[in-house]
Write a protein that binds this ligand. Structure first.
Ligand SMILES: [Cu+2]
Length: 740
């Protein structure tokens, strides 16, 4: 207990704060934003723990019990044990109990969550404030790290939350307090960034409010909603991931099921949607699974409901936390007006729908100008074919737009009919053409969005302040396996054994802990495992050409949403492959010359005159800013940013299974002297190796250690024992007096 009055006040406030955050932690997810008071500092207290979907937590007993939703009546019940009759029973649940259950898709499944919430707690803060999140790891056996996706962490790269790259993982039993500046306004999110925990539910929204007079004003919104979409499996994501690594996903419907094999889903251009089958989709933690005839397996599993009044304008902040699948998002009978992507404002763009890839954010608004009713908010996956045959319906998940004057019922609404003179615009297709022309779908690629023009594109002032990097995100295939081997320029990423900006001595040391990409390992066209990174120089204008070509691209390839940490970048251009008249993939874009190279790594423009920023067609006037961008199969994206943020930054495909498998790299921005060292006491980790001689020496004890006194004790009998004990007591007394 503090003894001074100010101390008392601070202490009481601290207790109050803890009580408040505990109270907040038990609240169910709220899908609209309440604007907090403007503060300089926002503090949150989080616990990362295992929890189970369709489970009821009994706080008084710190125990859980399974919940069942009857598929005929929709009644909730909890399973309990009757000690008297020694039987399991089903008991009715109260309304309050029902609101506490994380239903997901209605199946019981172990998850990893913050404060038992799916999605995790929403953070809403004002731009420029300091955000402090104390993360306590209460897991049994795994480390965690939390990344603040969209925040550039200027001068604080060790708060970026990438386990193994920007910090040591937070071990079970440990806590770690993240502090960062909410430097970027807009819709962002936070998620686990170690292994596959994100896919198990360790994610949530991070909304940075801004009062920015530099950008065109927005309509007045009656309410702002948050919508997080996620593809969901019935098993631990680690299980899903390992199956991918072992190339056993074809059998993921059951290893013993000799009849069923996963089918291959392909999108409009005929390229692959990835190696994982779709089970369920969740919107704000709620969704249903559908059988092969598209019937809900349990139609009483609750869906997220967004309640609106008529003739008002509502903003939706959409975040994709997906593991693999892109989602096409639309609202039946309502035009969408897109206003931001990845937190960065764009000029208003109307659309029937947009495609959101994992890691991306899109903000749109709607006006509730339709007859009072219930309308589907759809998130459909984008496959057109299953094993080469047209699909009748994409996989999907949905939420409900509910007009408050309408009865509480499930929608029967249809999506807009796209017609010759009323085509549907889809923003952010990972291909140029969505199916054959009779579908009347028009893709607007993301680079054709326009920024409001308040952030000018950096231009190279001189040749020595300019650098351009060509980086291939594709499946390279190893030397003895031509299949999926996620790579960047042929390198399968190996995380450093100690984060490069956090050495054991707690200052920046550079290469320590990195597995070097040597010529011997990686030279020429070799496929190799190493801690791949590119070095960029602070102050330079950096152009990156992210491409997806060579082996493992083409028809067997997948579009990769690439996220760059530490920066938002201008998307200047996008190149698509060559297609047939129905939009099917034919051959990769010729702008990058693979020559005779099969893997096509680290290649450059086919026309050398395009070097130095001279590629024709770049939008240098008003390109959109983003932090995650889709790289089409057989194509490329040209991005540009200023190297103004020294540090080690992770760059990776946001499809979690690709990233964990090795489709990742680091940017080393600046020299060690240019990087800001971490604060004193920042946790360290790393390898430990020692010799047998060192062991012998340690066993005998180093100088002044208590073990010498113990040896003396053994040799000196009772007198020595008394002396030793008195010595210890005096030591304790001394410490006590000193502390006083
Ligand atoms: Cu990928």
């Amino acid at each position: 207990m503090p003894e001074t009055l100010p101390g008392m006040v601070i202490w009481s406030l601290g207790v109050l704060w803890v009580l408040c955050t505990v109270a907040v932690a038990q609240e169910a997810f709220v899908n609209s934003i309440s604007v907090p008071e403007r503060q300089d500092l926002y503090e949150f207290d989080w616990t990362v723990e295992h929890w189970e979907t369709m489970f009821l937590y009994d706080k008084s007993r710190e125990a859980g019990t399974p919940v069942i939703i009857d598929s005929q009546t929709g009644a909730y019940s909890k399973r309990t044990y009757n000690g008297t009759s020694q039987r399991c029973e089903l008991r009715d649940m109260t309304e309050e109990e029902i609101t506490q259950v994380t239903t997901a898709d209605g199946f019981h499944r172990r998850t990893t969550l913050v404060n038992k919430q799916l999605p995790g707690p929403t953070i809403v803060v004002w731009k420029g404030a300091q955000v402090a999140v104390r993360v306590r790891n209460k897991l049994i056996q795994e480390g965690v790290a939390i990344h603040w996706h969209g925040i550039t962490q200027h001068n604080t790269p060790w708060m970026d939350g990438v386990g193994g790259v920007s910090q040591c993982p937070i071990n079970p039993g440990e806590s770690f307090t993240y502090r960062f500046t909410a430097s970027e306004g807009g819709t962002h999110w936070w998620h686990a960034h170690l292994g596959t925990f994100r896919t198990d539910g360790l994610y949530g929204a991070l909304i940075v409010l801004e009062n920015d007079t530099a950008v065109p004003p927005l309509p007045v919104f009656h309410k702002e909603f948050v919508l997080l979409v996620h593809d969901w499996q019935r098993e631990d994501s680690l299980e899903t991931y390992l199956r991918v690594e072992w190339e056993a996903t074809r059998f993921s419907h059951g290893y013993g099921d000799t009849d069923t094999c996963r089918t291959r889903l392909t999108q409009a251009d005929g390229t692959d949607l990835g190696p994982v089958h779709f089970t369920s989709g969740l919107i704000n933690g709620k969704g249903r699974s559908y059988d092969n005839n598209d019937n809900a397996e349990n139609r009483f599993i609750p869906l997220e409901k967004f309640s609106v009044e008529g003739n008002m304008t509502y903003r939706f902040r959409v975040i994709s936390a997906a593991m693999v699948f892109p989602f096409r998002v639309s609202v039946d009978q309502h035009d969408l007006t897109l206003i931001a992507t990845d937190g960065d404002r764009i000029r208003e763009q109307t659309a029937e729908s947009f495609i959101i890839n994992t890691g991306e954010r899109y903000d749109f608004y709607i006006t509730t100008n339709q007859p009072a009713g219930n309308y589907w908010i759809r998130a459909d996956t984008i496959e057109l074919y299953e094993d080469g045959n047209p699909v009748s319906r994409q996989h999907h998940t949905e939420a409900i737009l509910h007009y408050e004057d309408a009865p509480d019922a499930e929608p029967t609404s249809q999506r807009k009919t796209c017609a010759e003179h009323d085509t549907c615009t889809i923003v952010n297709c990972p291909f140029r053409q969505y199916g054959d022309p009779s579908m009347y779908l028009e893709c607007l690629p993301v680079h054709e969005l326009r920024s409001p023009g308040n952030d000018s594109v950096p231009m190279p002032e001189s040749a020595d302040r300019w650098e351009e990097h060509f980086i291939n995100f594709h499946f390279a295939g190893s030397d003895n396996n031509t299949g999926q081997r996620s790579s960047v320029n042929g390198h399968r990423f190996v995380p450093p054994s100690t984060p490069p900006q956090v050495s054991k001595e707690c200052y920046v040391t550079g290469d320590e802990g990195l597995m070097a990409c040597t010529d011997e390992l990686c030279g020429g066209e070799k496929y190799c495992d190493c801690s791949y990174h590119v070095t960029i120089t602070p102050g330079n204008v950096v152009q990156m050409v992210l491409y997806n070509m060579g082996s493992g691209a083409g028809l067997a390839g997948t579009a990769h949403p690439v996220h760059i940490h530490g920066h938002h970048f201008h998307v200047l251009d996008m190149g698509f492959p060559q297609y047939n008249s129905n939009g099917g993939y034919v051959s990769q874009n010729p702008d990058i010359d693979c020559g005779t190279s099969d893997r096509c790594n680290g290649k450059r423009w086919a026309d050398p005159a395009w070097e130095g920023g001279n590629k024709p067609g770049l939008n240098l006037l008003d390109p959109p800013l983003k932090d995650t961008v889709i790289v089409p199969v057989g194509g490329y994206v040209v991005i540009r940013f200023t190297a103004d943020n020294p540090g080690w930054w992770f760059v990776h495909c946001h499809i979690e299974i690709h990233q964990v498998e090795g489709m990742a790299m680091m940017i080393r921005e600046g020299t060690e002297g240019q990087m800001n060292p971490p604060p004193p006491g920042f946790p360290t980790c790393g390898e430990f190796d020692w010799s047998s001689e060192e062991f012998e020496k340690a066993k005998k004890g180093y100088s002044n250690s208590w073990i010498h006194q113990l040896s003396a004790l053994e040799g000196g009998g009772i007198g020595a024992a008394v002396g030793f004990t008195v010595g210890i007591l005096v030591g304790i007394l001394g410490t006590y007096i000193y502390a006083k």
